[in-house]
Ligand binder design. Sequence first.
Ligand code: BDR
Ligand code: CA
Length: 308
Amino acid sequence: KKPIILDCDPGVDDAFAIMLANSSNGLDIRAVTAVSGNVGIEHTSRNAIRLCSVLNMDIRVGIGASMPLIIEPRFAGHMHGDNGLGGLVLPEADLVFDSMKAWDIIYDEAVKLEGELEIVAVGPLTNVAIALLKYRDLKGFIKRITMMGGSVTAGNHSQYGEFNTWADPHAAEIVFQSGISITMFGLNATTQCALPFDDLRRLGEKDSIVSELILGIYDYVKSTRRGAGSRITLHDAIAVGYLIDERIADTRSAFVSCEAAGKHTHGMTIVDFEMREGKSPNAEVAMVAYPEIFGKLLEEMVGFYMMS
Ligand code: BDR
Ligand code: CA
């Protein structure tokens, strides 16, 4: 089993990322760590621990950064509802938060696993950047970081800014230049796996321990995202999907950096495939993503929760 830490800001698609990761027998989730992002850390951490409890996960859940490294917090509550889960209120958690902060958990697990740990980061990269700044030897202990963020094409919070890189571009840049091998799932790839609302509803209608959650999310997105062509992109779950089945996307090597100073390009990922600045590639960038594979993973996920 691949040991992973899932760093997230739930977030409706983050909720799917947790559900999907937990359903795979190929992954060993060592911890779920929360970061400020879609909504404030009080919400993302509460959502994370309650989601893990609902899914009967017996793992470490850590609280991370309450704001980006340098800039003021920027949220996306208009996409995820004020509480981050479209107003859905989950039952109180049975789990308790780990006594270590997110970045300390990352280091602790990375050292314990002697270089085998993979990080899946699906929120702003603040926690991962803090871990790298605090522990200078950490990079030698991380096998790979798969991240949802950035874009080869356009952004979603500004013309070029995708939310996760736009919310903390300095953290993203630290991660890109860390020397750790990175797989980037940007909007150009995730949006290729946009899911029709009806498919989401069908997943929720199967009687499982996640049906209430899925139908709650379905109701929320259906009523709030009418302009999106009756589809939802579960960005974060697609990045998790890659850890389960790498056939979900074709990737291409590039040198990626994140713009933190630009007036119109704040949070933009500059993806150089031709190595024009003479750099070596620092990331594998998802280019073509396969919705059939993602759909199959979601079906299998629901199947897992029907039996558990
Ligand atoms: C990313 O931003 C957040 O709103 C989602 O959870 C996802 O991680 C998509 O741009
Ligand atoms: Ca997210």
